[in-house]
Design a protein around this ligand. Structure first.
Ligand SMILES: Cc1cc2nc3c(=O)[nH]c(=O)nc-3n(C[C@H](O)[C@H](O)[C@H](O)COP(=O)(O)OP(=O)(O)OC[C@H]3O[C@@H](n4cnc5c(N)ncnc54)[C@H](O)[C@@H]3O)c2cc1C
Length: 336
């Protein structure tokens, strides 16, 4: 069965949850298709200290559970499923398929985010938020006077390593090649920084934790040229080996840049009229929960305006099942 709604929001990170709050509060039937990571990336971290309104900080899952509850208060529905296919080719209404159902939506807000590339080594998942981080702006402050490793050799690795020297006692850049890929200017800045050291031709094979603190205590390193294995005591591991925007499902339908980020204009409009995007699916610069939320809000406001201007012409009418629970829902807000 096809469910008709005014707005489908794809993704349930800060951008999607904020978008849903705005469209639902504008009395537009709204379904958020959450994806696998309900609450998005921020829900995977323990301490969020830089989201305004929480002077004592807040845990990531609690922040997004509150955002979801706020959107639900105005009628947004949540479908705990993955978008597998979209058809934007004929314009509005748009077809959005999940693993278990299909939607016909007057407008779509794409907030499907991006994923930091992982090392895929033992200990990485276990200690994410407990010493393993993918975000210097978010977590640098927790590593004041600590010794940390930065993994990577590109611009972002060096930029973040330099930034992290504001907090850490020492920053060791671990790079799998014998030369860095970062710009020469950044390399000079990093070489000139007394707190930064380098280990070349080396990969991390395992991130080791302490049974006492439950946090990172060391890494197991391997020299890729000699095969030599060593253990290095460390307090934190920051991984900057790139991001992958989750845009594959829109291949050929939404314009993206070479890296796969969805291109929007300054009104969050994609190349498809009626489809808007916000958050990390298009923003590869700021990468913060608050900027994602702001962009989700902007995308939703544009969708609301766009729907308002075309109210008489759009085919999808308010769904008679607006208040009915979505059959595939697996989770409640409390469980997030
Ligand atoms: C470990 C960690 C800690 C961080 N700490 C902070 C911090 O302290 N402060 C801060 O400001 N920022 C922090 N960030 C960054 C912040 O989490 C992101 O900037 C923010 O979450 C981006 O929000 P978004 O909504 O654009 O995308 P995301 O959070 O990436 O959300 C994308 C959403 O899309 C969904 N999705 C993916 N594929 C599909 C699909 N096929 N169908 C449907 N849905 C799909 C996912 O399930 C997810 O819900 C942190 C990031 C990480 C990884």
């Amino acid at each position: 069965m096809v469910k008709k709604v005014r707005v489908v929001v794809i993704g349930s990170g800060p951008a999607g949850l904020t978008a849903a709050l705005y469209t639902a509060r504008a009395q537009l039937s709204t379904v958020v298709i959450t994806g696998m990571q309900v609450g998005g990336q921020i829900a995977t971290t323990h301490d969020v200290d830089n989201f305004p309104g929480f002077p004592d900080g807040i845990e990531g899952p609690e922040l997004t559970a509150r955002m979801q509850a706020q959107a639900e208060r105005f009628g947004a529905q949540f479908d705990y499923d993955l978008v597998t296919e979209v058809d934007f080719t004929s314009g509005s209404p748009f077809r959005v398929k999940t693993q278990s159902r299909e939607y016909l939506a007057d407008s779509v807000v794409v907030t499907i985010g991006a994923s930091p590339r992982k090392l895929n080594v033992p200990g990485e998942v276990e200690f994410t938020g407990r010493g393993v981080s993918y975000c210097a702006t978010c977590d640098g402050w927790f590593f004041r006077n600590k010794d940390i490793i930065v993994v990577g050799g590109g611009d972002s690795a060096l930029q973040e390593a330099i930034f992290l020297t504001r907090f850490a006692s020492s920053v060791t850049i671990v790079h799998r090649r014998d030369t860095l890929r970062a710009s020469t200017a950044l390399q000079h800045r990093a070489f000139a920084n007394d707190k930064i050291g380098f280990i070349y031709n080396t990969v991390i094979d395992e991130i080791l934790g302490s049974s006492e603190t439950g946090a990172v205590r060391a890494v197991r390193l391997r020299n890729v040229k000699t095969g030599e294995v060593s253990e290095k005591p460390i307090d934190g591991v920051f991984i900057f080996i790139g991001y992958d925007p989750n845009s594959k499902v829109f291949n050929g339908q939404l314009s993206t840049d070479a890296a796969g980020y969805v291109i929007v204009d300054n009104h969050m409009r994609t190349n498809v009229e009626g489809v808007f995007a916000g958050g990390e699916i298009h923003d590869d610069i700021f990468r913060q929960a608050i900027t994602a939320a702001g962009q989700g809000c902007a995308a939703a406001l544009m969708a609301i305006n766009w729907l308002g201007e075309r109210a008489d012409r759009l085919q999808v009418i308010e769904d008679e099942q607006r208040d009915a629970p979505i059959a595939s829902s697996k989770k409640t807000t409390e469980a997030v």
